[in-house]
Design a protein around this ligand. Structure first.
Ligand code: FES
Length: 432
């Protein structure tokens, strides 16, 4: 995965060495009145559906910010993507040498990773799918949650454009904050929480919030006119997610002859983590396991299954078993009907299109019987599930899950401490 094919692979080397129209077009200034920066933001804006209804709703507008790691949309963006990836100590802790080793590894790895992105069509589709999912979800929310409409879709990637900083500046340019307040929901697109994924994105969001809106402590009343944030920080067993996975699995199983179908082994595959992260107390493995079990419950345990982890690299111990090894070993045992299910990402990315399709399946010698389910991408069931989850969150008035307030037992990070104080420290939202 990008971690394996980009970020994580580098640990091996190391060891060896939607934008939107203005918040309301009603208040948007004409282009000639904008600063050069504001004009640039407007020109970068991705076209989204016009939000015309419920502009006078009591609690709207609401910014819905999809957070994910992102991926380079073009081969030329690979270098910057890797450079940011290896600079992130939440994801790849390299100690005091992070600022030296990170750039070194990213420069060395760039040509190889560029070839991999070239092989999947010249770039990652994750931006396209993230923007589509966010826009479609907001269209549904405008109908199902008119009291918080209009809902405005934004995407904030951790390592690729649009970066968190760009998203935050767009929020401000669109009329949120700057004394006007407004509500924003940070909606992680990692269904299962890890401090190295969602935690890292939230730490970055907190950093830019402090830089762009001031270093006030946890907000508790919204009277200072800053943006009021709440967080959907995990949703490993949400019914929409489970149903979308289950339907895609059923569709893939239907491709096997009926007499073999019930004996096809389902191999769920999630990105791995170093055991040092797991042993620090990271909740990721437990939440991935919860998703797998919920999907199997929905399928009435129709098939035998296992959870595997992909993208391990370097000499350190990682969470296993490895997906590639599991496929090889099952085939060696005579089990050639295998369905791979990427269970920890919500759209295609290099780990599905290259690592699973080209490497694991392509090199298995059994491309006709080793298959992969479709990623969630534009699944209607999935997007309706996102809207259902967001509506539940908006109605609940909660700021984040109870889990968000608890640090890993082995956490020593000041970033985690301050970020959690900010996002989990507020107890109630105004008007809730
Ligand atoms: Fe998990 Fe800091 S590493 S809370």
């Amino acid at each position: 995965m990008a971690l394996r094919n980009s970020a994580c692979q580098l640990s091996k080397t190391a060891s060896q060495a939607v934008a939107t129209p203005a918040l309301s077009s009603l208040s948007a200034p004409p282009r000639w009145k904008l600063t050069p920066f504001q004009r640039q933001l407007r020109s970068l804006a991705t076209a989204v559906h016009p939000v015309t209804q419920d502009a006078t709703s009591s609690k709207g507008p609401t910014a819905m910010v999809f957070m994910n790691m992102g991926g380079p949309s073009t081969v030329d963006e690979v270098g910057d993507f890797l450079s940011r990836l290896f600079a992130d100590a939440d994801l790849i802790p390299l100690g005091r040498l992070q600022n030296y080793i990170g750039p070194l590894i990213s420069r060395r790895r760039t040509p190889k990773i560029q070839k991999q992105y070239a092989a999947i069509g010249g770039g990652s589709p994750i931006r396209k799918w993230s923007e589509y999912q966010a826009e479609e979800m907001c269209k549904i929310l405008d109908k199902t949650s008119p009291e918080t409409a209009p809902h405005k879709p934004y995407v904030a990637f951790r390592y690729a454009n649009p970066l968190t900083e760009e998203m935050y500046n767009r929020l401000l340019a669109d009329g949120f904050g700057n004394g006007k307040g407004g509500r924003a929901v940070a909606f992680t697109q990692y269904p299962q929480y890890s401090c190295s994924t969602t935690g890292s994105s939230l730490n970055e969001l907190w950093k830019w919030r402090q830089r762009l809106e001031g270093k006030a402590g946890p907000l508790d009343d919204g009277k200072d006119g800053t943006i009021q944030w709440s967080v959907i920080d995990r949703w490993p067993v949400h019914h929409g997610l489970v149903e979308a996975f289950a339907q895609n699995i059923e569709a893939k199983l239907a491709e096997y002859p009926e007499e073999r179908r019930s004996q096809v082994v389902l191999l769920f595959s999630a990105h791995s983590l170093p055991m040092s992260v797991i042993n620090r107390g990271d909740p990721y493995a437990a939440e991935v396991g919860a998703t797998v079990y919920a999907v199997m419950q929905r399928l009435k345990f129709s098939n035998p299954y296992r959870l595997c982890y992909q993208s391990q690299v370097g000499p350190q111990p990682w969470l296993g078993p490895q997906t590639a090894s599991a496929v090889e070993e099952y085939i060696a045992k005579g089990q050639k009907d295998l369905v791979l299910i990427p269970i920890a990402f919500t759209s295609d990315h290099i780990e599905t299109l290259y690592e699973l399709d080209e490497e694991v399946i392509g090199e298995s010698g059994h491309k006709d019987t080793v298959k992969r389910v479709e990623s969630l991408n534009g699944s209607k069931v999935f997007i309706e599930g996102l809207a259902s989850l967001a509506k539940e969150h908006l109605e609940s008035g909660i700021l984040c899950s109870t889990q968000m307030g608890l640090r890993c037992p082995g956490c020593k990070s000041e970033r985690c401490l301050e970020s959690k104080k900010f996002f989990a420290g507020q107890q109630t939202l105004p008007g809730q």
